[in-house]
Ligand binder design. Structure first.
Ligand code: AMP
Length: 224
């Protein structure tokens, strides 16, 4: 399956993508995670991207597209991918189409997590992320087995640096402005599937897998 997940910060894209990775063995490619790694490693990309990220702004299209293109093309030939956080602009969506068309491995589906503002605020306020492996948790909805410790790798959990009220407000405003053209892009191509992002992560995952199975997008070896 070659799927892109669309929706505002806090819509549950990352958490659902992590379930798709763990249960279907699909490669999870998260632009935000890759950028945070670059920031941590202090690479030239990280230095440039870090400024925009700290303000809640988007990193320039050319940088993000260059970072993601080869990974996606490679995964498109294998068991597939779930793209989380990319594309975020119409230009990124076009660049992704072009790269995948050349590889003859186009996107099967774009899934939009339509999510209410109240739910977004609740999810972001409670979000905790493993500093070592990036696994997502929620303080009340999906707590770890041991307080503050990642179930997966034992890393320390913390809120994300950009999950602060002022940065969240900026990220949501940016997202609102950019989302419509990206949705329109996939709608025009007949690939858009909208889901209720206010539901639990497990419910969204189950419905998504059921829909993919009906459509025959789960390739052999990726059945849950
Ligand atoms: P996320 O983890 O998806 O919430 O992304 C965190 C931050 O990384 C965003 O607020 C942006 O600054 C940056 N970012 C992630 N993905 C993209 C993208 N596709 N285009 C531009 N900026 C991005």
């Amino acid at each position: 399956m070659r799927v892109v997940l669309l929706g505002p910060p806090g819509a549950g894209k990352g958490s659902v993508a992590q379930l798709l990775r763990d249960r279907l063995g699909v490669l999870h490619i998260a632009s935000g995670d890759l950028l945070r790694e670059a920031v941590k490693a202090n690479t030239p990309l990280g230095i440039e991207a870090g400024r925009a990220m700290a303000r809640g702004e988007l990193v320039p299209d050319a940088l993000v597209t260059a970072m993601i293109r080869d990974r996606v093309v490679q995964a498109g030939h294998g068991r597939g991918f779930v793209l989380d956080g990319f594309p975020r602009t119409a230009a990124q969506a076009v660049a992704l189409d072009e790269a995948l068309a050349a590889a003859q491995a186009p996107v099967d589906r774009a899934v939009y997590f339509k999510t209410s503002p109240a739910m977004i605020v609740k999810r972001l306020a409670g979000r905790r992320v493993c500093a070592a492996c990036g696994q997502n948790y929620h303080a009340t909805n999906r707590p770890p087995r041991r307080d503050g410790v990642c179930d997966r790798c034992g890393g320390a959990l913390a809120p994300r640096a950009d999950d602060q009220p002022e940065t969240i407000a900026r990220r949501l405003a940016v997202d609102e402005a950019q989302t419509a053209p990206v949705l329109a892009h996939y709608e025009r191509r007949g690939l858009l599937h909208t889901m209720d992002g206010d539901q639990s992560v497990e419910a969204v995952f189950d419905q998504m897998v059921a829909a993919f199975r009906r459509q025959g997008w789960l390739q052999q070896g990726t059945e849950p």
